[in-house]
Design a protein around this ligand. Sequence first.
Ligand code: FAD
Length: 409
Amino acid sequence: MDFEFHYTKEQERFREEVRAFIEENAFKEPVVTADPLKLTPELYKEGRELERKLGAKGWYAPGYPKEYGGGGLEIEQCVILAEEIARIEEERRWAGRSEVYSIQTSGIMMHGTEEQKQRFLPPILRGDWAGWQCFTEPDAGTDEASMKSTADRDGDVYIINGTKVFVGLTPVLIYDEIYLYWPAVTDRKAPRHQNISAFFIPGDLPGINYLPQNLIAAPGRKWQVICENVRCPADRLIGEENKGWLVTQATLAAEHGGGGSAIPRNRMVLRFIEYCQKTLRNGQPISRDPMIQDILVKIYIEYNVGRLWGLRNYAMSQGQIPRVRYTGTQTALHGKLNASQLEGALVDILGPYCLIDDPELRVLAGEIENRVRMSELSHVGGTPEVQKIMMSRALGLGRGGTRAAPPKR
Ligand SMILES: Cc1cc2nc3c(=O)[nH]c(=O)nc-3n(C[C@H](O)[C@H](O)[C@H](O)COP(=O)(O)OP(=O)(O)OC[C@H]3O[C@@H](n4cnc5c(N)ncnc54)[C@H](O)[C@@H]3O)c2cc1C
């Protein structure tokens, strides 16, 4: 069966246009590192500028409607853009991307007013603002509905109090205009799930404090964010008051894989297979060993399963609004389980080399060490156990998708 794209002549012409633009604007030297924390602040800033250049052409959020700052492009063009940027990344030359993460947009796309869409989406879709999803609290992770953050209406503002943990993405805080996607309890007497509202808080309001959290494994730096009597304008409420659970679900659908991806996030597998073909061990390419061939074939198959499911989800969401159905969590679960299988394969083939980040000895410029370190990082966006529960609910098994968890005593 043929799972590859076949492009029309017009689409190939678009590829040429994209390639010329990227060649002109991309970093000329290899700068991309496996660990975003190793990017210097200067490079990070420059990379963000590149994303903004893409944004000005509608290529940062290519699949989104033009009236909100997207590119209005068809799926094949979005894939072409992503492929071309990935090609440059293979040379470690690019520090941007051409795919706004739908986690940043789906709440507003689904539940924002038209005025909010016009106001908030263009800066996000053009790469000017970065959004942080502030959901997890010290006592509310998987059980998000147990959150303690509060928002109390006072005239034309809500007064926000609470603490979120493990949030944020960027290596450094100060170079982005950020907003905080922050659900909080607005009705202390209402039942769980019916007591929460969602806010889009400007990240620089007085009373917001940021404390870095240094984790052994994280894709960038994580932060603890504390709101102390923060006065958030009431027009930053997304969706109706006390209907914030719906907004939260729209965002989580993206995080649970529902937004998909135009190209696979796991392309390291292909680079690793090539490395095994080209690198000699005892005078032979590593890939000649029949045991290793067996392992490589298995990881290649899993890579393609993840690639096709990611692409399927991307196509189903039209690169914009993720659907809440089993397909997202299926892909997320596969990715999480596959990460630890992949780590096992890397350890089996490379032994201690996969734990080394020494510039002389490391494999694939540190990508392998980074991947092995990240492999047990399965909590992000919900643990594997929880993905299984959500998937079974979406399939109509278990408790059913609509029944809320019982109130806590
Ligand atoms: C690197 C990293 C990045 C993150 N980024 C963000 C972010 O940007 N924004 C954000 O809001 N959060 C973020 N998180 C937080 C993440 O979403 C939470 O860690 C996750 O939801 C799990 O919550 P918890 O850590 O409190 O674990 P807990 O909820 O305490 O879970 C502990 C264990 O209990 C299990 N468990 C819990 N409930 C059940 C159940 N009902 N059935 C079966 N097993 C269960 C879990 O599977 C897990 O093994 C990030 C976390 C990490 C590690």
